[in-house]
Design a protein around this ligand. Structure first.
Ligand SMILES: [Zn+2]
Ligand SMILES: [Zn+2]
Length: 347
């Protein structure tokens, strides 16, 4: 076992502090990764603050991890020392259930093993990427193309795949009209990816304050949801709406924006259940759906897609000691568009 530097939450109410975490000895199929950058996802904040259920404190979070391989297990063959790699939201699954067999490890029927706050198959609690090193089974390690800057690659491992997967599943592409609700960490990636897929993209944001950015990311149209005429003007317009907002939305208004066979997909999770007016689904044979990250093969596909198209998240790089301030700024949407921790500051 090795002890490595990290930052961790001691409890739900205290700030994150510098500490150490244990990493297991390399198993035959494990890879040791020296981490370069770790993105800050809104889920990290919900988790450390105990808002998504009980948490095994102290806890190190972080599931947008980029670094390079420094050691491989005796039987590991997928990655070699020096490779640039990434780890996203999960580090294991049963590999045996119907969903795992189909490449949907994120929907493992036995529950996937989260990168942090999960009990791994060996009984230990997983600790995330706000840390200098991590040990991960090679099957859950992604190749990160070198054409993507390392710090920008990190948020692809959660924000990127969370938006890529539903866009791909619901066939965003030429001739399709896609709306993205909210233009934060997830939303700005949804805009870039949907535009790169060839869809006609509309941003639905509370105000027009980020309109110039949205257009730069590839949006053809940009509307303020605080302006109620927006919902009248855009009625029956979209094939797909990706909702990245984790606050409750008025389902009747948003469903009304879908054209025939359109789907509203939520990837942001409000704490309270939403009220769905079923009559709004009858019109235009609309659907309401959810989506969670993506499988390992699909995550690799997303990384390769972003490298080919030259798209990457907009990031603000910070030192480890700035994480608590960064959390406050994430909560007030004062970030354009993702904080990424420079892990060199932890060494
Ligand atoms: Zn995340
Ligand atoms: Zn499974």
């Amino acid at each position: 076992m090795r002890i490595v530097n990290a930052i961790a939450a001691p409890s739900a109410t205290e700030p994150l502090v510098r500490t150490t975490v244990e990493r297991r000895n390399l198993g035959p199929r494990d890879v040791l990764i020296e981490i370069s950058y770790a993105g800050i996802c809104h889920s990290d904040i919900h988790t450390v603050r105990g808002e998504w259920g009980s948490v095994p404190y102290p806890l190190t979070v972080g599931h947008e991890i980029v670094g390079h391989v420094t050691e491989v297990g005796a039987e590991a063959g997928k990655h070699k020392v020096g490779d640039r790699v990434g780890v996203g939201c999960m580090v294991n699954s049963c590999r045996d259930c119907d969903n795992c067999q189909a490449g949907y490890e994120q929907y493992c029927l036995d529950g996937n093993t989260g990168t942090y706050a999960s009990v791994d198959r060996d009984g230990t609690v997983t600790q995330g990427g706000y840390s200098t090193h991590v040990v991960v089974d090679e099957d859950f390690v992604l190749r990160v193309p070198t054409s993507i800057p390392q710090e920008a690659a990190a948020p692809l491992l959660c924000a990127g795949i969370t938006t890529y997967s539903p866009l791909s599943h619901w066939n965003a592409g030429p001739g399709k009209r896609v709306a993205v609700v909210g233009m934060g960490g997830l939303g700005h990636m949804a805009v870039k990816i949907a535009a790169a897929m060839g869809a006609e993209v509309t941003v639905l944001s509370q105000t027009l304050s980020k309109k110039a950015d949205g257009e730069r990311f590839g949006a053809a149209h940009y509307y303020a949801t605080s302006d109620l005429t927006t919902f009248e003007a855009l009625k029956n317009s979209f094939d797909l709406i990706i909702n990245t907002v984790s606050a409750p939305i008025d389902m009747r208004s948003y469903l009304g924006l879908l054209r025939l066979d359109g789907t509203l997909v939520s990837v942001g999770a409000p704490p309270e259940p939403l009220t769905v007016p079923v009559f709004a689904l009858f019109g235009n044979r609309r659907s309401f759906a959810g989506s969670s990250i993506g499988g390992i093969a699909e995550t690799q596909e997303m990384l390769d897609f972003c490298a080919e198209r030259g798209i990457a998240p907009e990031v603000e790089v910070i030192d480890a000691d700035a994480v608590n301030d960064a959390y406050e700024r994430v909560l007030t949407s004062d970030v354009r568009y993702r904080f990424v921790i420079d892990i060199a500051s932890l060494r």
